[in-house]
Design a protein around this ligand. Structure first.
Ligand code: ADP
Ligand code: MG
Length: 393
């Protein structure tokens, strides 16, 4: 799938509305981590070099259609100003007279940041009137927010009914990389999936089944696969109502002749909050009432072995409750193995990306997806509303 990008249309002197993902963590009224702002700079700088009048819009947190003062975009504007090295004007609304005036006052190369778009109930409802008012501010729409591309909101999809819509560089790179995984995977392709819930990931597993050469399943969701096979997982996180789904999937994998590797040992403890009592046990030896909270050393070695020789790796979902350092070993070990693999590596998911950052191997991962839910939907083979509305290349 290829979509037009900002490079494929004339933006010179135009008013360009850019949907960015500035949903950054705040602390004491300041931006705590500006990774997402930095990620948006290539598109913004390109537009500025072209002499466009740049109007940025994003959501921040979950104000649910009401004005929440702590979630105003002012700290974002200040940090963006520092990163861009030029003035970023900020308005306290997204539509209306104040905004129209601010836009009218923009010269080529100026930047305006609108207020938190989720202050408006029309945003998440994709209200046509709100979308039309937003679109009326600009000549061109650019979507550079992959993380919200799976939502049909006014600022991600609705506006495109009124003005030409293209992708920003961040979004284009996501489409390009994830499409490659689906359309022209490099073999051997190894897929590693973990995390808590089967329901979140089974669609992706099923869609990648015909493409992958090996599958590795760890984390909480592996517990459910193992329990469905009849193993005693004791008090581990297990989704009893997903046994059918798990067994059906393993059956499909057998039919495709794709090997599926599951954990053979675990780091166990009475609970995630009692790490001092932890130990490592083989499968079926979990002490009564204890939980499997990370993969064990043998499993890590098995998984590392199955990553050897891979030429493409997709990884989503931690191998354990990595938020607690007592149970981070498996996840960090996989992060290191993926980074050292020499394969084209694609990592997605908010928690997985956090683990890769903690391991300090970001630079050795080919592509870190900025969208958790959006990446999963894309890899399930579904059309994302925020991408569907963009012009085809
Ligand atoms: P991502 O955000 O990367 O897509 P998920 O949100 O699907 O990942 O899964 C991450 C969560 O899964 C983490 O909160 C982690 O604690 C949890 N998890 C992983 N392994 C286990 C386990 N064995 N038991 C309980 N929870 C687990
Ligand atoms: Mg998560």
């Amino acid at each position: 799938m290829t979509k037009k990008t900002v490079r494929d249309i004339d933006v010179r002197g135009k008013r360009v509305l850019v949907r960015v993902d500035f949903n950054v963590p705040l602390q004491d009224g300041e931006v705590k981590d500006d990774t997402r702002l930095q990620a948006a700079l290539p598109t913004i700088n390109y537009l500025l070099e072209q002499g466009a009048r740049v109007i940025l819009v994003s959501h921040l947190g979950r104000p649910k259609g009401r004005v929440v003062d702590e979630l105003r975009m002012d700290p974002v504007a200040r940090r963006l100003e520092a990163l861009l090295g030029r003035r970023v004007a900020k308005v306290d609304a997204c539509v209306g007279e104040e905004v129209a005036e601010a836009v009218a006052g923009l010269d080529g190369g100026d930047v305006l940041l609108l207020e938190n778009v989720r202050f408006y109930p029309g945003e998440e409802k994709n209200d046509p009137a709100f979308a039309r008012d937003l679109a009326s501010l600009a000549d061109v729409f650019v979507n550079d927010a992959f993380g919200t591309a799976h939502r049909a909101h006014a600022s991600t999809a609705g506006v495109a009914a009124h003005i030409p819509a293209v992708a920003g560089f961040l979004l284009a790179r996501e489409i390009e990389t994830l499409s490659k995984l689906l359309e022209t995977p490099v073999h051997p392709l190894v897929v590693i999936v973990g995390g808590a819930k089967i329901a979140d990931k089974i669609g992706v597993l099923e869609n990648l089944l015909g493409r992958a050469d090996r599958l590795i399943i760890g984390g909480g969701m592996a517990n459910t696969f193992l329990a469905a096979q009849g193993h005693n997982m004791e008090a581990s996180l297990v989704e009893k109502n997903a046994f059918d789904v798990a067994l059906r999937f393993l059956d499909q994998a057998r039919q495709h002749a794709v090997p599926v590797y599951l954990p053979v040992d675990f780091v166990v403890a009475p609970g995630p909050d009692s790490p001092t009592e932890r130990m490592t046990v083989p499968i079926d030896r979990i002490p009564a009432g204890w939980m499997a909270l990370d993969i064990g050393r043998d499993t890590l070695h098995l998984f590392q072995d199955k990553l050897k020789g891979a030429r493409m790796i997709f990884w989503n979902g931690p191998m354990g409750v990595f938020e607690n350092p007592a149970f981070e070993g498996g996840t960090l070990g996989i992060a290191e193995a993926v980074a050292n693999s020499g394969a084209i590596s694609i990592v997605g998911g908010g928690d997985t990306v956090a683990a890769v950052r903690r391991m300090g191997v970001v630079d050795r991962i080919t592509h870190i997806s900025t969208g958790g839910g959006a990446a999963l939907k894309f890899l399930e083979g579904r059309e994302l509303p925020g991408i569907a509305v963009l012009q085809n290349a």
